[in-house]
Design a protein around this ligand. Sequence first.
Ligand SMILES: [Zn+2]
Length: 363
Amino acid sequence: MKKSIIKPMLSKHLYARNTIDGQIIIRSHELIELESLDNVQVAAMKLMTGEYTTNEIYKFLLSNGYEMDEEELSDLIETLQEYSLVVDQTEIDLNHIISDSSKERYARQISLFSGMTNGYKNAYEIQKKIESSHVAIVGLGGVGSYALYAFAAMGVGTITACDFDTVDLSNLSRQILYHEQDVGKKKVEVAKQRAKEINSQTKYHFFQRQITSTKDLTEIAQGSDIVLLAADTPRGKITHWMNEASYQLSIPFLTAGTSMTTQVCGPLIVPGKTLCFDCSMPEKTLETHPIVQFINQRYEGALIDPYNAIVASLGVLEIMKHLTGFSESRLYNHRYILDLHTLESSFVEIKPKTSRNRCPLCE
Ligand SMILES: [Zn+2]
């Protein structure tokens, strides 16, 4: 008798409008055109606040002269449920899987998840998944500082982050965590303070460390669910070290960074599931020529703040998709490339560069 106790609640993220011919269009995660709703259906939907059971709604309609039998009301609720327009408040009430404080704090993202509950009982389970996740960030520069802010703001349970640098005046143009009074201080010290101010519920581990080997990265990534590689020095080397660490630990990682006006996000490497980084870009093809090494030693990224913000946010989004599955990441075996000069973008499939299907690391 589930239908008699369901407390239907119209999802709060819905936006509705009338067309010129009177049709009601509801914008959820997709546009949904409902067949012309009659006054009785509208009256029933207005009672779907999560306070009343289906039976109570039926009795209210009956006592106010609306002609709708129980089966018609159930059919309406079922239709709305099919489109994820209605959630069952009863199930949510019974499911105290996150705190009331979390329900309030993360209400907007929970509202988003409520229409994308792929395999979950309700949106709170997705929030719970975020709160029990552990993300590691390598590098707290332009991309890493945006990412740390975003992961903390969304309530990721544990965040590990590392950097070796101090805050420089030239960082302030794009590295969101650092303020004028921080110039000269260690980035990890400032980031630790700022992260606690953003979300005191998250557990943090900070490493003051320059990455010089695979071992450095295994120590940082150990225990995490996924790593965002947001550092690019030593150029060419660090991604191969990250790749190796990822395979040693069986922990996925994602690269996100800028190269002039081009933003590159991905591939999202999942050991055992996707090709590894070395498959598409064997290490010997990189950074071996003396002039390449000379130029790269002098390299300083030429960029403006939104470049970091955009590629970091894309990386964070894809990591959240991977961790929770609320939507499927498209970066498995793919890179997303966005040119912020022309606004043209493309997906590039990762293919092995060698004649073998897999490189020695992941075959
Ligand atoms: Zn490989």
